[in-house]
Design a protein around this ligand. Structure first.
Ligand code: ZN
Length: 501
C-alpha cells in the first residue's frame, strides 16, 4: 500500500455435495453444474504464462474456491454461492473451520452475511465471532489430517456508497467504480495447527492469506466490465446481463472491481497489462500503464519473472491512501491521474513491486510488514536505477534516509520485526523507509553479485508461500556464504543505531 508520500518517498508510501441430498431447504443450492465437479486445476493454466503452467504441479498444496455470484452495481451488492475445497494440512484432526469476513471490519463500512452453510452436504450452523470478522463452522465429523471437505456458503455482501473519506476505499462504490476488495469469505490461516484469528489492525495492509486457486463466475450488467484478479476464460451475454468465468491461477485473494471506464493495454514479457481510467484522464491512464509496463520489465529481470498472464490497474477514489495492491489488481487514487497529487509513476511502481513482495511471496503483513513494504520500497530504488540511472536511485534513497532519520532523531526508532500494533506514528518510517534501507545496507554488505542472487533465490524459494524475517536472513547468508548474525540482529531484532547506507 502507499498511504502517504512527500518528495520522492513515500512510502507508505465442496467436494461439496457430490450429489448428496440437501437436508435443509435453506441450504445452498447445488444443482448448478459448477458445484458438482471439483475445481478443474487444468483450466487454471489460462491465468498463467505458458512457461509457468508447471507451477500447477504444486496445486495439491492449495485450497480451491469455486464461486458463482451476481453483482448489482446500483445496490452495491455481490451475492452468490462459494464453495471451498479445504484440506486439513495439519497433523491433528480438525473440529472446525474459520473464515475471515473482511467486509465486516468496521473500517470497511459494509457487511458480508453468510445465509447458510453446508459441509460435505450436511447443513451446519453459521456462527460469527469477533464482531462478525470471523465465521466459524463446526465440522459434522472431525476432519482427519490430510483429508478434504467441501464447504458451501450462501453469501451476500454490500459495499458503502461514496465512502472513501470515511471508510476503506477498496470496498466502496464511488464515481463510477464499484471496488470489492476481499468481498468473498476467505479461509482463515492456520500456522503449525494454530488458527490465526486476530482481528487485523487498520494500519497498512490487512490480508495475510495462503495461496489458493479460484474459479469465479460473475454475472453483472453488460454495460459494466468486471476487472478481477483472474483471467476470463468464458463470457456470454443474456439480455442486459453478462456472465464471465474467471480463473485465478495460484493467488492469495480474489479481488473484483466493476467499472465502465475505458482502458488501454500493453504486453510485457507475455503478460497483458490493462489500465482502466476515468474518461477525462486519458493521459494519466496511459502514464499508469507505462509505469506498470516499465516496472514489470525491470522487476522480471531483477527479481525473476512474474508468472501470470494479466495485471490490471484501476483508477479509484481513495482519500486515505494513494495506492493499494491486490493479487493481479492494483487500485490507484484518482487524484494522481489528474496531477492533483504528485507521483503517479512511483506509486504504480510500488504497487507493481508488491506483486512480487506480498502477493507472489507472501508474508504476515500485520506482524512483519517490513518484509513486503521494505522490499517493495527498495524496489523503487531498483526501478529508478534501471530506468533513470544512479542519481535517480540516490534521490529515491534520500527520501527513505530522511524519513527514517527523522523518526530516529525523534526517539522513534524500532526493530524492523515489529507488529504494526507496536508501530504508531513510526509505521512508515520503520516498515517502509528503514525496511528499504535494510536492503540497501544488505546489498553493500554482501556485494552486488550475492545480493542479486539473494533477490532471485528469495523469490524462487518463497513464491506462493509465506516468508518470515528469518527466511530473509537464511537466504541472504546462503547467497553470500557469510554470517549475517550481527547485521540481522542490529537491523531486524533490535533498534541499534545502524549505519544508514
Ligand atoms: Zn506498499
Amino acid at each position: 500500500m502507499v498511504v502517504y508520500r512527500r518528495l520522492l518517498l513515500m512510502a507508505l508510501i465442496a467436494a461439496a455435495l457430490w450429489g448428496a441430498a440437501l437436508p435443509l431447504s435453506a441450504a445452498p443450492q447445488v444443482s448448478d453444474p459448477l458445484f458438482i465437479a471439483p475445481l478443474d486445476v487444468q483450466r487454471q493454466e489460462a491465468a498463467l504464462l505458458p512457461a509457468f503452467s508447471a507451477d500447477l504441479d504444486a496445486a495439491g498444496e492449495w485450497d480451491r474456491y469455486t464461486v458463482r455470484a451476481g453483482i448489482d452495481p446500483e445496490k452495491r451488492t455481490i451475492a452468490g454461492i462459494a464453495r471451498l475445497e479445504y484440506t486439513n494440512r495439519a497433523a491433528d484432526p480438525l473440529d472446525r473451520i474459520y473464515f475471515y469476513l473482511f467486509p465486516n471490519l468496521p473500517e470497511f463500512g459494509g457487511r458480508l452475511d453468510i445465509h447458510s452453510a453446508t459441509i460435505d452436504g450436511v447443513a451446519v450452523r453459521v456462527q460469527y465471532e469477533s464482531n462478525r470478522f470471523l465465521l466459524r463452522l463446526d465440522l459434522p465429523a472431525p476432519l482427519p489430517s490430510g483429508a478434504s471437505a467441501g464447504i458451501l456458503l450462501d453469501f451476500s455482501a454490500t459495499a458503502p456508497l461514496n465512502a472513501s473519506q470515511r471508510y476503506y476505499a477498496g470496498f466502496n462504490r464511488e464515481r463510477g467504480v464499484l471496488a470489492l476488495a476481499s468481498a468473498l469469505p476467505m479461509a482463515a490461516r492456520r500456522v503449525d495447527g494454530v488458527w490465526q484469528l486476530t482481528t487485523p489492525l487498520f494500519r497498512g495492509d490487512l490480508v495475510t492469506s495462503d495461496t489458493a486457486l479460484y474459479d469465479v463466475t460473475l454475472t453483472i450488467p453488460a454495460a459494466w466490465t468486471a476487472v478481477t484478479t483472474g483471467t476470463a476464460i468464458e463470457s456470454r451475454i443474456d439480455g442486459a446481463l453478462r456472465t464471465t468465468r474467471f480463473v485465478s491461477g495460484p493467488q492469495r485473494d480474489f479481488t473484483i472491481v466493476l467499472t465502465r471506464f475505458p482502458s488501454v493495454s500493453a504486453e510485457v514479457d507475455g503478460t497483458r497489462i490493462t489500465s482502466y481510467f476515468r474518461p477525462e484522464n486519458p493521459e494519466g491512464g496511459r502514464a499508469a500503464l507505462d509505469a506498470a509496463a516499465n516496472a514489470l520489465r525491470v522487476f522480471n529481470r531483477r527479481f525473476g519473472p512474474y508468472p501470470l498472464a494479466e495485471l490490471d490497474i484501476v483508477q479509484i477514489d481513495a482519500r486515505k491512501f494513494l495506492g493499494v495492491e491486490y493479487p493481479g489488481l492494483i487500485m490507484i487514487d484518482r487524484r494522481l491521474y489528474a496531477g492533483e497529487r504528485e507521483g503517479l509513476e512511483i506509486v504504480v511502481v510500488h504497487e507493481v513491486a508488491h506483486q512480487w513482495w506480498y502477493s507472489l511471496v507472501g508474508n504476515d503483513v500485520q506482524n512483519e510488514a517490513w518484509l513486503d513494504e521494505g522490499l517493495t520500497s527498495f524496489a523503487q530504488v531498483v526501478y529508478q536505477e534501471e530506468t533513470r540511472g544512479a542519481l535517480a536511485a540516490e534521490r529515491e534513497l534520500d527520501g527513505f534516509r530522511a524519513t527514517y532519520l527523522r523518526a530516529r532523531q525523534a526517539g522513534r526508532d524500532a526493530p524492523l520485526k515489529r507488529p504494526v500494533s507496536a508501530l504508531r506514528g513510526n509505521y512508515t518510517a520503520i516498515a517502509y523507509a528503514k525496511g528499504a534501507l535494510f536492503f540497501q545496507a544488505l546489498r553493500l554488505r554482501i556485494g552486488e553479485p550475492a545480493f542479486d542472487r539473494f533477490l532471485r533465490d528469495y523469490y524462487a524459494a518463497f513464491r506462493y508461500r509465506i516468508a518470515s524475517s528469518n527466511d530473509v536472513r537464511v537466504v541472504a547468508e546462503r547467497a553470500c556464504a557469510c554470517d549475517l548474525g550481527d547485521f540481522y540482529r542490529d537491523w531486524v531484532l533490535t533498534a541499534a543505531p545502524v549505519a544508514v547506507p
